[in-house]
Design a protein around this ligand. Structure first.
Ligand SMILES: C[S@@+](CC[C@H](N)C(=O)[O-])C[C@H]1O[C@@H](n2cnc3c(N)ncnc32)[C@H](O)[C@@H]1O
Length: 283
């Protein structure tokens, strides 16, 4: 990282989430949980729900796949499951902090291509059976991602995408992220890739947002109130200055996390969580 390059706040969010959930729940996954009817939506059940997501995703890997490029490999949770199942796996990570966590978990032999998928240079003879995007697709520039992924595949190789997209619902969502589904479909149709499977898992993933909502109300809000109480009593002028200086940021946090709109209902309206299995043509 050069001196002038700013640290991406999304990366900090992911690393903070990783540290928190790894410490309290022992999970290294950074993707949503896959909530089925028999699993109560509680934060304690999140690791089990994330395991089910990984299992669901891995269940869509065709039988002739042996090598996988895991784009946006996070802290290596999914790669570790893939390696255990005997796949040859390499990762791509733009985040030095997450790459370090993945390297610690998977060992020095695990090859991580450092950088954004858009920028990473692969050697000309590198060809994978599958390029996988597990909740990383939304971060990558849409108009190049399928072409680049395709160029890294052997003929007949696959692209597996599992991520959420924006619907056409009117109004403003407090939940950020996701390419517009219509834009993705256009890019997919132009790519020459064959669509082998498509699944809508919005119902199984939306409950994650109820957990976020609960965390806002039961953890973030009381913690902020506690700090506010202590500081406004002990350092009233400093508190006023802080509130004024960071008012925009505080308003944003309140709007995003404490407005009560970051929940499953709003996710289901503004987002659609989909799996796509695509295949490169043989010729
Ligand atoms: C929500 S996490 C998912 C991590 C992991 N795939 C999983 O399923 O647990 C998103 C991942 O995308 C990565 N990412 C963000 N922008 C990216 C880019 N331009 N190229 C490649 N990966 C990117 C992040 O570093 C992070 O590892």
């Amino acid at each position: 990282m050069t001196k002038t390059e700013k640290v991406d706040s999304k990366e900090i969010g992911l690393v903070a989430g990783l540290n928190l959930f790894n410490y309290f729940l022992g999970t290294k996954d950074l993707h949503y949980g896959f909530w089925q009817d028999d699993l109560e939506v509680t934060v304690q059940n999140l690791p089990e729900a994330q395991q089910r997501y990984s299992k669901y995703l891995i269940g869509h890997i065709p039988g002739d796949v042996k090598s996988i490029l895991d784009v946006g490999c996070g802290a290596g949770g999914l790669a570790s499951e893939l390696l255990e199942r005997g796949y040859r796996v390499e990762g791509v990570s733009p985040s030095p902090l997450l790459a370090e966590a993945a390297q610690t978990q998977l060992g020095d032999n695990f090859l991580i291509h450092s950088g954004r998928f858009e920028d990473v240079q692969f050697s000309l003879d590198e060809r994978y059976d599958m390029v996988m995007f597990s909740e990383s697709f939304q971060y990558i520039t849409l108009n190049m991602v399928l072409d680049k992924a395709q160029s890294l595949l052997r003929p007949g190789g696959y692209i597996l995408i599992c991520d959420f997209f924006k619907t056409n619902a009117t109004g403003k969502s407090v939940i950020g992220g996701g390419h517009r589904l219509d834009d993705f479909i256009e890019v997919m149709n132009d790519s020459g890739l064959k669509l082998l499977a498509e699944d809508d898992i919005t119902r199984q993933t939306a409950p994650n947002l109820d957990l976020v909502d609960q965390m806002g109300r039961e953890l973030i809000l009381p913690t902020m109130k506690l700090f506010g109480y202590v500081f406004s009593n002990n350092r009233p002028w400093l508190t006023k200055l802080f509130r004024w200086k960071f008012r925009k940021r505080l308003e944003k946090i309140e709007y995003k996390y404490l407005s009560g709109e970051r929940n499953a209902e709003s996710f289901t309206k503004y987002k659609i969580y989909k799996l796509y299995l695509l295949q490169k043509r043989e010729d």
